[in-house]
Design a protein around this ligand. Structure first.
Ligand code: NAD
Ligand code: ZN
Length: 387
C-alpha cells in the first residue's frame, strides 16, 4: 500500500481523501481509523460488486466490522427514491442503527445514492466513499453533494452530506472502459482550464505520445449509442505514480473550490460549471444518449468561443483546448443530426438565469475563469451554431 492523504476542510467539515495503489485490500483498516460503529452497509452496483466486493468485505470483516453488501443494478436509473427505500429496508433488516455507517463502492451513481442514504438514514450516519471511476475520484466524491433523480429531472432530490473519508485506489481504474475513463478526463481538463495552467501544459505534453488503451469494443451495457467508441489515449497507466499525482491534484482543485462555497452561494463553486451550460443542454436535448463528459467537452468548446468575445481568450488558447480535448478522444463538435435550436431552447430554460441575466462561466486565459453577466442568448446561439 502506498498512498497520499489530502485534507479537505471547510465551514463545519473536515475529512481526508486517500489516493494511492493497493488501497482496496486495506479499506477496513483505513476506515477503522475514522468511524466507531461496527455495522455498515456497503452499497455498490453489480459491476463494482463483481470486481471489488469480496476484497472490500474481507478487509472489513478482518477489522471486526459487520458489513452487509447491498447491490443495485449498474447505471443512472438506479439513482431513484425507489432504490433508496429498498436500500434502507435492507439496512434495517441487517440491524443497522444510528451507530452504523454507509460505504459507497462504485462510480458517481453509487456515490450519490449511498451518500443520500447516509444523509437520511436515522437522520444521518457517516458515509465513506470508495470511488472506482475516474470521474468519481476527481469530481463526484468530493464536495458533499448527494442526490437521486426524479422522473422529471436529474438530481432534484438530495442533501449536502460530506463523507467521513474518501479512499481512491487508482488500481481499480484498470478495468474501467475507455468511454468511462474519458468522462473523467473531461472534468480534469475543465479543472485545468479554470484553475491550473501548469496541469494543462503537462496534460498536453503527456498526451503527445499516446499509447492506446486497447479497450475499444469493451462490453458496456449502459451505452446503447451505436457510434464508434474511440479509445482514450493512455497518457497515464493505472500503476503510474504520475497518475496518482494527477488525481491528487484534481481532488485538491475541486476541494478548494467547494470549501470556499459548499452551497454554491458566492459564485466560486459555479466556476465548476465551465462548459456545463451548453453541455447540460446538449445532454437533455439528446435525451441523455451522449455521456456527460462528452457533452461538456462540446460545451467547453462553445464556452471558449464565448470567452473569445467577452473575456479576451486568445484564439490560440481556444485551439489548444480543442486539441487537448481531441487527444483524449473527447468530441469537440455536435453530431450533425442534433437539432441546434432544441439546444438553444434548452439553454434558455436553464436554471442558471438569475433575474433574467445569464451567468456564464468564461475563461480569459487557460488557468483562470470567472462568471460573466455580459453573455446574451444570441452569443450562446451563435456559439452553438458554430459547433
Ligand atoms: N455529487 C456530485 O458532486 C457529482 C458530480 C458529478 C457527477 N455526479 C453524478 O455521478 C454520476 C456519474 O458517475 P460515473 O461517471 O462514475 O458513472 P457510474 O457510476 O454510472 O459508473 C459508470 C460505469 O462504470 C462502471 N464501473 C464503475 N467502476 C468500474 C471499474 N472500476 N471498472 C469497470 N467498470 C466500472 C459502473 O458500473 C457503470 O456502469 C451521475 O449520476 C452524476 O449525476 C455527481
Ligand atoms: Zn460535469
Amino acid at each position: 500500500m502506498n498512498s497520499d492523504t489530502i485534507e479537505i476542510s471547510g465551514n463545519g467539515f473536515r475529512y481526508s481523501a486517500l489516493v494511492g495503489h493497493g488501497l482496496v485490500a486495506k479499506t477496513g483498516e483505513l476506515v477503522r481509523k475514522v468511524v466507531s460503529g461496527n455495522r455498515c452497509a456497503i452499497i455498490t452496483d453489480e459491476t463494482s460488486a463483481r470486481l471489488f466486493g469480496d476484497r472490500v468485505c474481507q478487509s472489513f470483516s478482518s477489522e471486526n466490522f459487520s458489513p452487509r453488501l447491498i447491490r443495485i443494478p449498474s447505471g443512472e436509473k438506479s439513482k431513484s427514491l425507489a432504490q433508496v427505500e429498498k436500500i434502507c429496508d435492507e439496512m434495517i433488516e441487517a440491524g443497522l442503527d444510528r451507530s452504523s455507517f454507509v460505504v459507497g463502492l462504485g462510480g458517481g451513481v453509487i456515490g450519490d445514492i449511498s451518500g443520500f442514504v447516509a444523509a437520511i438514514f436515522q437522520r444521518g450516519i457517516p458515509h465513506v466513499q470508495i470511488p472506482t471511476t475516474l470521474l468519481a475520484m476527481v469530481d463526484s466524491s468530493i464536495g458533499g453533494k448527494t442526490a437521486v433523480n426524479l422522473e422529471t429531472g436529474k438530481n432534484l432530490i438530495g442533501a449536502i452530506h460530506h463523507p467521513a473519508l474518501i479512499i481512491a485506489d487508482v488500481e481499480t481504474l484498470e478495468s474501467l472502459p475507455a468511454r468511462e475513463l474519458r468522462q473523467g478526463y473531461a472534468e480534469i481538463i475543465k479543472h485545468a482550464i479554470i484553475r491550473d495552467a501548469e496541469m494543462f501544459r503537462n496534460l498536453s505534453s503527456r498526451a503527445k505520445t499516446p499509447v492506446r488503451l486497447g479497450l475499444e469494443g469493451s462490453r458496456d451495457e449502459n451505452f446503447k449509442v451505436t457510434h464508434r467508441d474511440p479509445s482514450t489515449p493512455k497518457a497515464f497507466g493505472a500503476r503510474d505514480n504520475e497518475f496518482v499525482a494527477l488525481i491528487r491534484r484534481n481532488i485538491t482543485i475541486k476541494a478548494r473550490i467547494v470549501a470556499a462555497d459548499v452551497r454554491e452561494i458566492s459564485g466560486e463553486r459555479s466556476l465548476l460549471n465551465f462548459g456545463h451550460t451548453v453541455g447540460h443542454a446538449i445532454e437533455r436535448a439528446t435525451d441523455f444518449k451522449i455521456p456527460h463528459g462528452d457533452c461538456i467537452s462540446i460545451g467547453m468548446v462553445a464556452a471558449c468561443g464565448i470567452s473569445m468575445k467577452w473575456a479576451g481568450l486568445p484564439s490560440q488558447e481556444r485551439d489548444d483546448i480543442t486539441s487537448l480535448l481531441k487527444t483524449f478522444a473527447l468530441p469537440t463538435q455536435l453530431p450533425t443530426e442534433v437539432d441546434r435550436e432544441k439546444i438553444v431552447a434548452t439553454v434558455a430554460h436553464d436554471k442558471k438565469f438569475l433575474g433574467g441575466k445569464i451567468r456564464f462561466v468564461v475563461t480569459p486565459k487557460i488557468g483562470e475563469a470567472y462568471v460573466s453577466s455580459d453573455v446574451t442568448m444570441e452569443d450562446i446561439r451563435a456559439a452553438i451554431a458554430a459547433l
